[in-house]
Design a binder for this molecule. Structure first.
Ligand code: NIG
Length: 410
């Protein structure tokens, strides 16, 4: 294995805090540094510091004055599906409100698809995400909703994603008795899926599952060894947020409709509020009160929620730009929420398998922007700025601006 020096970094965002030993000669704290370099070996960063002090390496990649930051950590996707729901989207844009029942359309298409089709579709979306800087990705079951379909969805998910969530409690499938379905999800279906999954989730919402039902599902998942996450307060005051905090969930996702007591509960907990701005645009729901969450002391993450119903995008840059331009986050808050904040939401903030930050000893999961600064992510919205991506030390995205002559616009 050779060492690779990545140098010529105009602006380096490490997201490494004081306790993370960001690198030799660099001040502590998550802020941006100038004229930095980093050395990669065996997939990990083994040195990080001022470019002028960089060690000799076997190979050297000069990023030409561009900005480098951790790869995006996308903690909320639903990639295991077939078909699309463009007609439903069009109707929504003409004024129809989103309702949970649309999930049944995707369930029918997913059950009819072959395993190869499900895996190929999810792998295509993962590649699409990685081309936009995503280096760590969660995905879910939830469009199978019978034992065999959920089990194979979990296997498909495990073949394409870094973390798998069991979302049998997405909807009671059409034609099924509610109590019988809950018994299935918490019994045989859980037993079949758990070996392939890391987390359990429930869609705690009007039209899906109420608080009591969600608690039953989540506790069963926890008893089977899974971590807990919740879809909460997307379409109304569902109680999902406070349930997530009560159960010590890693994350509660959506959070569009929050009462003061929800915000207080989140602020006093380790549960991360994962915000999904692309979904909010596509469903025309009000954005979550991101500023109020931050002021109260709650932690937030940003994710795409890629799915065919409410958010058919894999673009973390789009989510970051929207969070800045429409939700009132600063650039640094949005980039943090999509990297280090997201790592907290998926239980990967600390330790040898930490993601979402660049630190000595950590994975070399990073992206180069065809821009001198992360500010350009929102300053130049909609422009494809991903110049290169390294995942576990391997450069997966070539071309783009990095291999062209000249540097980014100053
Ligand atoms: O996160 N909210 C629940 N699940 C998805 C949407 C699923 C669908 O409509 O297909 C979401 O938005």
């Amino acid at each position: 294995m050779t060492t690779e020096l990545i140098t010529g970094i105009r602006e380096l965002t490490t997201q490494a805090g004081e306790s993370d030993s960001a690198g030799a000669g660099l001040p502590a704290g998550p802020g941006r540094r100038t004229d930095a370099a980093l050395l990669v070996e065996h997939g990990r960063i083994v040195w990080l510091g001022p470019a002028a002090e960089a060690p000799v390496a076997d190979t050297r990649t000069d990023v030409g004055g561009r900005a480098v930051l951790p790869g995006w950590v996308d903690t909320h996707t639903h990639l295991i599906f077939a078909g699309d729901r463009a007609a439903e989207f069009e109707a929504r844009m003409a004024g129809q409100r989103y309702a949970a029942g649309g999930i049944n359309t995707t369930v029918a298409a997913t059950r009819a698809a072959t395993q190869e089709q499900l895996v190929a579709g999810a792998a295509r979306l993962r590649r699409e995400a990685e081309a936009q800087g995503t280096t760590f990705l969660e995905t879910k079951t939830g469009y199978g909703l019978d034992l065999a379909s959920e089990e194979r969805s979990a296997r498909a998910a495990a073949s394409v994603a870094d973390v798998v969530t069991f979302l049998g409690a997405h909807l009671v499938p059409a034609g099924m008795d509610r109590r019988a379905y809950l018994d299935l999800v918490t019994g045989p279906m859980l037993a079949a899926v758990a070996p392939h999954a890391d987390y359990i989730d429930a869609f705690c919402e009007v039209g899906a599952f109420d608080v009591e039902e969600s608690r039953e599902v989540l506790l069963a998942g926890r008893a089977a060894g899974l971590g807990v996450r919740v879809h909460g307060n997307q379409l109304g005051f569902s109680g999902g947020v406070r349930l997530a905090v009560e159960l010590g969930a890693a994350s509660v996702d959506h959070c569009n409709h929050l009462e003061e007591r929800d915000i207080e509960a989140l602020a006093g907990s380790a549960t991360v509020a994962t915000l999904l701005p692309a979904c909010d645009l596509s469903t025309r729901e009000p954005f979550p009160p991101a500023r109020r969450l931050l002021v109260a002391g709650a932690r937030i993450a940003l994710a795409t929620n890629c799915n065919p119903g409410t958010s058919y995008t894999t673009s973390m840059p789009f989510c970051v730009a929207t969070a800045v331009l429409q939700m009132g986050l600063t650039i640094e808050e949005a980039v943090w929420a999509a990297t280090r904040g997201a790592a907290a939401a998926i239980g990967r903030e600390h330790g040898a398998d930490a993601v979402g930050s660049l630190r000595v000893g950590g994975w070399a999961d990073l992206q180069v922007l065809d821009a001198p600064s992360v500010a350009h992510l929102a300053y130049r919205p909609g422009v494809p700025l991903t110049a290169a991506v390294w995942r576990r030390g391997v450069r997966s995205r070539r071309g783009g601006g990095l291999d062209a002559s000249g540097g980014p616009d100053a």
